[in-house]
Design a protein around this ligand. Structure first.
Ligand SMILES: [Zn+2]
Length: 450
C-alpha cells in the first residue's frame, strides 16, 4: 500500500518537510501522554508549550529543522515506544501551514496527505490505518475541509468552522482544518481566521492552500503566523509517470496529456480519459487559424464563452440536482399532513438560499473553464514564440506544433509575443472582474490584428 504522500507528484522537498513535521507531531502526542518529568530523565519541558514557542521562529529555522531534529534525537522522548523514532516535538511541527503553488500542482492533495499523516495511527501517513483512510475519504471526524463553491468564503462559514476547530479532537490526536483556495476568503472571513491562527487551540492545525503568499492571496498577518510549503509545477515526465502508474493510462497518451496540461495533474488526467475534454481543447487550439477578420474574431469570442458555459453547466448539473433533491426530501416535499403547508412556506427561503449558492458555484465553474481555455491558447502562442526564436525547449502542444511554427514564422517573435500578452491580459482582466465576453472579444481582436 503506497503511503499518503504517493500522489504528490514531483514534490520531493515538500514531502520531506511534511514527513518530518508528521514525525514531530507524533512525538508531541507521545510526550503529552508521558508521566511528569523526574530527576532521572524524561522530557524536561511541556512539549505543547514548546510547540507554541517554536511557531515564531518556524520560518527562520525552516532550513535548520533537519539538523535540529538530528541533534536532539535520542535525548527527548527517550521513553517513547521502541518502534517510534525519537524526534524533537518542537523541530518540525507548527499550528498553521500554507501550501502554495500553481493550479494543479497539488496544493490540496498535499494538505489532505498531511492531514492524514497527522491522524495516522503510526504517525507516518501509512495509507492503510483507519486514521489515514478516513481522512483521505473525507469522513474523519476531526478533519474539516472548506472549499469555496462560489467566488469567496464568507465570514459566517469561517466563524462556524473556527468554533468547531477549537473543540477537543474526538480521536485524541489533532483537529485539522483544511482551507482550499484561502485566497478567496473575504476580508471578514480572513479576520475570523486570523484570530484563531493567532491564538490556536492546543491541538488544532490549520492547513491553508493558496496560489502564492502574495498579499493579494493571503494577508500579511496570516502569512506571518504560518509556515509555508511551496509546491512547484511538476515536470511533464513526473505527471506522465503518475498517470501511467496510478490511473493505468497508456504511456504515449500519458506523455501527450501531461505536456498538453502544462503540469496540471488533474487536467492531464481529464485530457487522457475524457474525449469531450479533448474536443474542447481542439476547438480552442483551432482559434488562431480561424481569425481572418473582425467577424470571425467576434464569432470566435462567442464560441469560446459558450463552450465555457456549456462545460460549466455539465460539471455542476449533477451536484445541483442531487442537492435540490436532498433538500426537498429533508423538507418533506409532497407531504399532505396538517404541517405540510406551513413547512412549504418556510422551505421557500431555504430553496432560495440553495439556488443562490448554486448560481455562485456555476459562475465560478464558468470562470475556471474559460481560464483553462485561455491557458491552452497561451500555450499555443508560447510555442509560436519559442519556435520563432528557435529556442531549444519542448512545445506545450505537440499536436499543434507545426501550426505554431508556421505562425511563429509569419508573425516574427514580436508578433507572437504581442499575441501571448493579449491572452495573458485577458486572463488578468477577467480575474479583475471585467465581464468575460468583453475581455475575450478584446483579446480576439488583438489576436487577429496582431
Ligand atoms: Zn496511517
Amino acid at each position: 500500500m503506497p503511503d499518503v504522500f504517493a500522489d504528490l507528484v514531483g514534490q520531493d522537498d515538500a514531502v520531506d518537510t511534511l514527513r518530518r513535521a508528521a514525525a514531530s507531531a507524533a512525538a508531541v502526542l507521545r510526550a503529552a501522554h508521558l508521566p511528569p518529568p523526574t530527576a532521572t530523565g524524561g522530557p524536561e519541558y511541556d512539549a505543547l508549550d514548546d510547540l507554541a514557542d517554536a511557531d515564531a521562529d518556524a520560518d527562520a529555522d525552516a532550513d535548520a529543522d533537519a539538523d535540529a531534529t538530528d541533534a536532539v534525537s535520542g535525548v527527548v522522548g527517550g521513553t517513547a515506544a521502541p518502534d517510534a523514532p525519537a524526534v524533537d516535538p518542537a523541530a518540525g511541527m507548527t499550528h498553521a501551514w500554507i501550501f502554495t503553488g500553481p493550479p494543479g500542482s497539488g496544493r490540496s492533495v498535499a494538505a489532505r496527505a498531511f492531514a492524514a499523516a497527522l491522524q495516522c495511527a503510526h504517525g507516518t501517513g501509512c495509507g492503510s490505518c483507519p486514521g489515514c483512510h478516513t481522512t483521505l475519504t473525507g469522513t474523519h471526524a476531526d478533519v474539516r475541509l472548506v472549499a469555496p463553491e462560489g467566488l469567496s468564503i464568507g465570514v459566517g462559514e469561517m466563524r462556524a468552522l473556527v468554533l468547531r476547530a477549537a473543540s477537543t479532537p474526538s480521536g485524541g490526536r489533532w483537529q485539522v482544518v483544511i482551507i482550499e483556495d484561502a485566497d478567496r476568503l473575504t476580508e471578514a472571513a480572513g479576520n475570523a481566521l486570523l484570530k484563531a491562527v493567532e491564538e490556536p487551540p492546543p491541538r488544532t492545525v490549520f492547513l491553508l492552500c493558496a496560489p502564492s503568499t502574495h498579499p493579494e492571496d493571503v494577508s500579511v498577518t496570516i502569512r506571518s503566523r504560518c509556515r509555508v510549503v511551496p509546491l512547484r509545477q511538476p515536470s511533464a515526465a513526473a505527471v506522465a509517470e503518475v498517470l501511467v502508474r496510478r490511473d493505468g493510462i497508456a504511456p504515449d497518451v500519458a506523455q501527450w496529456a501531461a505536456a498538453a496540461a502544462q503540469g496540471h495533474v488533474g487536467r492531464a488526467r481529464r485530457l487522457a480519459r475524457d474525449p469531450e475534454a479533448r474536443q474542447r481543447r481542439d476547438a480552442v487550439l483551432a482559434v488562431p487559424r480561424r481569425l481572418t477578420g473582425v467577424g470571425t474574431a467576434l464569432d470566435a469570442a462567442s464560441a469560446l464563452i459558450e463552450a465555457a458555459e456549456a462545460e460549466a453547466a455539465a460539471s455542476v448539473a449533477e451536484s445541483d440536482a442531487a442537492e435540490r433533491a436532498a433538500l426537498q426530501t429533508a423538507l418533506g416535499a409532497g407531504g399532505t399532513g396538517r404541517g405540510a403547508a406551513g413547512a412549504t412556506r418556510g422551505s421557500a427561503g431555504q430553496l432560495k438560499d440553495l439556488e443562490k449558492r448554486q448560481k455562485s458555484r456555476a459562475t465560478r465553474a464558468q470562470r475556471d473553464a474559460l481560464d483553462r481555455a485561455l491557458v491552452d491558447l497561451a500555450g499555443f502562442y508560447r510555442d509560436a514564440l519559442t519556435s520563432a526564436w528557435r529556442a531549444p525547449v519542448a512545445p506545450v502542444h505537440t499536436d499543434t506544433a507545426p501550426l505554431a511554427e508556421a505562425g511563429g514564422q509569419k508573425w516574427a517573435p514580436e508578433g507572437s509575443l504581442r499575441r501571448l500578452e493579449a491572452v495573458l491580459e485577458c486572463r488578468a482582466a477577467i480575474e479583475a472582474n471585467v465581464k468575460p465576453r468583453i475581455a475575450v472579444e478584446a483579446m480576439m481582436l488583438s489576436l487577429w490584428r496582431g
